[in-house]
Write a new protein. Structure first.
Length: 94
């Protein structure tokens, strides 16, 4: 059986400038990875916390509800701290 995969973009905790806000459009890179995995039979979910306006608590709840075996996180440079925070929270709740 294929492992359940969740691909995530972390919630943004601090926005100092509107230019730092993530796009409301899905990141194509995660869509490519999801399509590749789905073609091979893996159950995949994309969780774009920025586009969905989720905070850390909501993101963890959604991740826990999906019960993934593997979580992949995509982050731009300005999102690295938020990605690390999400990783730590996932580890605590798994």
């Amino acid at each position: 059986m294929m492992k359940r995969v969740l691909l995530a973009i972390p919630p943004q905790s601090k926005v100092k400038d509107v230019k730092q806000l993530g796009s409301k459009w899905p990141r194509l890179s995660l869509a490519y990875i999801a399509a590749y995995l789905r073609e091979r039979g893996a159950p995949v979910k994309i969780l774009d916390c920025t586009a969905e306006g989720l905070n850390l608590k909501e993101a963890i709840r959604r991740i826990s509800d999906f019960k993934p075996d593997v979580v992949g996180i995509s982050a731009f440079t300005q999102e690295i701290v938020d990605a690390a925070t999400l990783c730590e929270a996932i580890k605590r709740h798994s």
